[in-house]
Design a protein around this ligand. Sequence first.
Ligand SMILES: Nc1ncnc2c1ncn2[C@@H]1O[C@H](COP(=O)(O)OP(=O)(O)OP(=O)(O)O)[C@@H](O)[C@H]1O
Ligand SMILES: [Mg+2]
Length: 214
Amino acid sequence: MMEYKHIHQRFGRREILSDVSIQLKPGELLLLSGENGAGKSTLLRVMAGLLKPDAGELIDETGRRLISRSRKLLLEQVMYLHQTPYLFEGSVRKNLQYAQQKEAEEKRLQVDQALEWVGLSHLASENAKTLSGGERQRVALARALLRRPRYLLLDEPTAHLDAESNAQIAQLLGELKLRTVSMLIASHEPGHLDRLVDVEYRLDRGHLTNKLKR
Ligand SMILES: Nc1ncnc2c1ncn2[C@@H]1O[C@H](COP(=O)(O)OP(=O)(O)OP(=O)(O)O)[C@@H](O)[C@H]1O
Ligand SMILES: [Mg+2]
């Protein structure tokens, strides 16, 4: 479990996160809603160690420390998936191999499995830059899977995707949940994820409220 406490973040005179506390538990999927500019991405970036907050603590099995001094730990354990995943020039397979630090043969096997898992084996040799939005999201999920994160933060993973792509992403998230990955999803249109969501949070004027528990 990863517990974040009393996060504060200001940009200039605006307090974007005001005493925000949140916990990531194994196999639990949290949904984070809030208006544009509410601070969802900011919170996710703090949680993943990509942005140092003005204040905040982190508690895990190994102890309690300041978030601002936990960059390395967070970068290793908590993965942030950007809304528009960055894929570089080169084949889909190359984009996945890059995430791996293994011997060649083992690497190839795992990349193949990951591609199969997201249903993109047939596109392995295509240039990643030419993929559609939904395909990109699935490549990004496969890439995340290869790094076997315990904690996965997804920033609007289904924005601009059609119903079928949404359903595919929802299914993949369900499988990750069964593997006890802990997930937090920032989303505007969470309808299709209903079945998977354990706790819904809302960010409003810096404050996080626990909307409902299912
Ligand atoms: N590095 C920064 N410097 C100054 N202001 C920032 C910075 N990052 C974010 N902000 C501001 O903080 C506010 C919250 O931004 P954030 O991206 O976290 O919102 P969001 O809830 O993710 O919005 P959206 O739904 O549009 O993705 C915005 O008003 C944004 O302009
Ligand atoms: Mg955002």
